[in-house]
Ligand binder design. Structure first.
Ligand code: NAP
Length: 587
């Protein structure tokens, strides 16, 4: 994000993703047969149907990317997922309107072109079915499906220090052992259950966006209540507004919604994208947020008058999506003046779009922009000019209960045929904590995360040897596929390094993890949203859940710096980790 350009000096990224570390099968690592890892075994170790070198939890972007990486390196691995299909986030979030906020050409596995896979996106921001199709096509193209077990939830993983393994159990009463446990369970994968009393009594239909059924849900002729105004609700609302008899939105905190400005991608543009994938991927890896954007170096103080400021913001607003943040000013997150101007600009736009003055004011956030992750909207604000859309402010009049007929506030009851809950997620640590992972001393990951967020680069953590997290706490706040690509690449290289140097065990050093965590927290503290993100209960600081540790879950130093940090850990021989071979393991 643009703050990184300021928080961290410009960095040069060398040697990114040069993945050539195929191992030779010594030191207990089983080599899967096959050229380029595409053909091969079903992931089991020879002769054992319950043992893998690596067990990966989750078959979304991260799990698939990781499986490919390990396969390429000849390491036996199996992926487990509770869903009946691959896709992870893009399997579960099939609510109407679901689509990426990242431009399609950077919502990819970056190595596809090298492998000669042909894929053409239809839109600037692909919809959920298209992303799900893409991930399915990837799975088949890379020959990964026979190493994926679906419909199976991992219910626990216990560290067995005496055997240097993880014992992993499933909801099917199976037990597996693995040397490396890799979590790829998603960053926003545990939807918050509606906490409202009386939900069972509701006589209409109700749905959670994060668990949307895989069938058509009809909005026609219905009165629909939508609770929540985050990125998810902002995507659902226009679809409901245009199809239902009436949409009533319950808003507690307004968001700064920037226009996405979606468009279909024509064949000429797609050809041009394909012809420059190398440059696009390079730009994304060298952009702080992992986007195909050249960071603006412009600071507020560089401009002398309001007109010049206005024209910079106009250009970002016209381009749409995250361009509003990253092609305008580089100090929106670090300079309160820039942030105030960028925030006021959006408020002016809201007032210009929404005719009803009272509604417009309700939709205008007053906190600094980016205190909450800003959603990209698809004609969001204009729905409030429709006669069938009502906006209800529940800031000081909260939902008291769900009744058989609808939603009851302190002041009034609203009757609905359907209620949609878009209440957000127990982000990052929530999903990891729920898996039931227990480290060397038996402590659960959930308990550790209640106490502290201390990881090495968001990938490893003390007390959990041979465990890697692909989207753990303290990885960069950035475009998901780019974060995943970076972390999976590092994990692959690390396992190959262990193999090559005859190590069997890796564990993050406490002091190294503390150092990284200090850096993560220190960087975040320098932003202008450090306090306001807490105040507005933002998920990325854990504040949307009262009982959670309220601390930044993500690293604000940007992808390029992060890549350099990871590369350096390898180049320096893992100074932040304890590497050992079996005979050295103290039981
Ligand atoms: P969210 O941003 O956390 O929003 C949850 C909404 O539910 C908020 O408006 C919140 O109000 C409201 N809410 C929660 N509990 C409530 C309660 N008890 N009563 C009334 N309102 C309540 O969640 P989200 O919209 O699912 O988005 C989460 C993240 O997912 C996004 O920030 C984004 O990173 C990601 N996402 C990405 C995409 C994409 O890339 N295309 C799409 C959707 C989501 P308050 O704000 O007042 O707490």
């Amino acid at each position: 994000m643009s703050a990184q350009g300021v928080l961290v000096p410009d960095v040069k990224v060398d040697g990114v993703n040069d993945s050539n570390g195929t191992t030779n099968g010594t030191n207990g690592i089983h080599v899967v047969n096959g050229t380029n890892g595409v053909n091969g075994a079903d992931g089991h170790k020879d002769g054992a149907d319950d043992s893998f070198d690596a067990l990966i939890i989750g078959a979304g972007f991260a799990g698939l990317r990781m499986l490919y990486e390990l396969r390429k390196r000849g390491i036996s691995a199996r992926v487990f997922d509770a869903a009946s299909g691959v896709g992870g986030t893009w399997y579960w979030n099939r609510y109407p309107g679901a689509r990426t906020d990242s431009e399609s050409w950077v919502f990819i596995f970056t190595f596809l072109e090298e492998l000669g896979m042909d894929w053409s996106w239809k839109e600037r921001y692909p919809q959920q079915p298209e992303v799900e199709q893409y991930l399915n096509k990837m799975t088949d193209y890379l020959g990964l499906r026979n190493q994926i077990t679906l419909n199976t939830r991992i219910t626990g993983a216990h560290r067995d220090e005496s055997n240097n393994t993880w014992k992993v159990s499933t909801n099917k009463d199976e037990t597996f052992t693995c040397k490396y446990l890799i979590t790829a369970a998603g960053v926003l994968a545990t939807p918050l259950k509606p906490p409202f009393a009386g939900l069972d009594s509701f006589q209409g239909e109700w749905y959670q966006t994060g668990l949307w059924p895989n069938r058509k849900i009809d909005f026609k002729g219905k009165k629909i209540g939508l609770i929540g105004t985050g990125a998810t609700a902002v995507q659902v609302a226009p679809i409901v507004a245009h199809n239902a008899e009436k949409l009533t939105m319950f808003q507690r905190t307004p968001n700064y919604v920037v226009p996405a400005r979606n468009y279909p991608i024509g064949s000429e543009q797609m050809d041009a994208i394909k012809g420059s994938y190398e440059e696009i991927c390079h730009r994304a890896r060298t952009h702080s947020m992992g986007f195909d954007i050249i960071d603006s170096k412009l600071k507020f103080e560089d401009l002398e008058n309001d007109e010049a400021i206005q024209s910079v913001l106009d250009a970002g607003w016209e381009k749409g999506g995250f361009h509003y943040f990253f092609e305008t000013f580089s100090d929106t997150l670090t300079n309160p003046k820039t942030n105030a101007v960028a925030s006021e600009y959006v408020r002016k736009k809201i007032r210009a779009i929404v005719d009803d003055k009272e509604k417009a004011e309700l939709l205008c956030p007053t906190y600094p922009i980016f205190s909450k992750r800003p959603p990209a909207g698809h004609n969001y604000y204009s729905i409030f000019n429709r006669p069938n859309v009502e906006l209800v402010n529940i800031k000081n009049d909260p939902i008291e209960e769900i009744t058989p007929k609808g939603v009851k506030l302190g002041s009034k009851e609203y009757e609905f045929d359907m209620i949609i809950f878009a209440l957000g997620f127990d982000a990052v640590t929530g999903t990891l904590g729920n898996i039931g992972i227990h480290g060397s001393n038996g402590e659960s990951l959930a308990d550790v995360f209640k106490r502290e967020l201390t990881t090495s680069y968001g990938v490893t953590l003390p007390g959990f040897p041979n465990m890697f997290m692909i989207f753990g706490p303290q990885v960069p706040f950035a475009n998901g596929p780019m974060v995943i690509d970076t972390v999976a690449d590092w994990i692959g290289k690390t396992i190959s390094y262990l193999e090559k140097h005859h190590y069997d065990r890796i564990e993050s050093k406490q002091e190294a993890a503390e150092k990284w965590s200090h850096q993560v927290n220190h960087l975040f503290a320098q932003t202008v949203v450090a306090q306001s993100a807490m105040d507005v209960k933002s998920w990325y600081v854990g504040a949307n859940i009262e009982s959670k540790l309220h601390r930044t879950l993500l690293y604000f130093g940007g992808i390029p710096t992060y890549i350099n940090v990871l590369n350096k850990e390898i180049e320096d021989g893992y100074p932040g980790h304890i590497l050992s071979s079996p005979k050295e393991i103290v039981v």
